[in-house]
Design a protein around this ligand. Structure first.
Ligand code: FES
Length: 135
């Protein structure tokens, strides 16, 4: 719960905020940092407005997640774990997101995008760019 609070506040697990949160609940900060390193869905560095998390686990891998990641990296012109220059997108690979029958899939912020293709990815990114421009 504490990690969720920090994540919701900053959009990632800012180390200093995790330390302060641990102090508030009278627990050793190391406990929270260890938990944070276990859960890949908590970014531990600053992420883009739209944080793309591509599942790389077996079902999605067999359905093309690796090619999907390569495509996203090329299209967004960023490195794995990086953030686009405009701060709009960041990308990481994560373990199973529990939607194994609909791979390849990715999560962007709180939304799942499933049965992905290059065309679907193009549409999703375009919609998010439009959304960002409008507010
Ligand atoms: S293997 Fe990708 S969601 Fe489970």
């Amino acid at each position: 719960m504490v990690l969720h609070v920090v994540y919701d506040q900053f959009g990632y697990l800012k180390p200093q905020a995790v330390d302060e949160a641990a102090e508030v609940v009278s627990m050793p900060p190391i406990d929270f940092h260890q938990a944070a390193s276990f859960y890949t869905f908590f970014p531990r560095q600053k992420v883009g407005r739209y944080h793309i998390q591509v599942c790389r686990t077996l079902s999605c891998y067999l359905r093309g997640s690796e090619e999907l990641v390569e495509y996203l990296i090329e299209k967004l012109n960023i490195k794995m774990g990086g953030v686009t220059e405009d701060g709009l997108f960041s990308i990481t690979e994560v373990e199973c997101l529990g939607s194994c029958g609909t791979g390849p899939m990715m999560q962007i912020n709180d939304t799942y995008y499933e049965k992905l293709s290059r065309a679907k990815v193009d549409n999703i990114l375009e919609e998010l760019r439009k959304k960002a421009k409008s507010g």
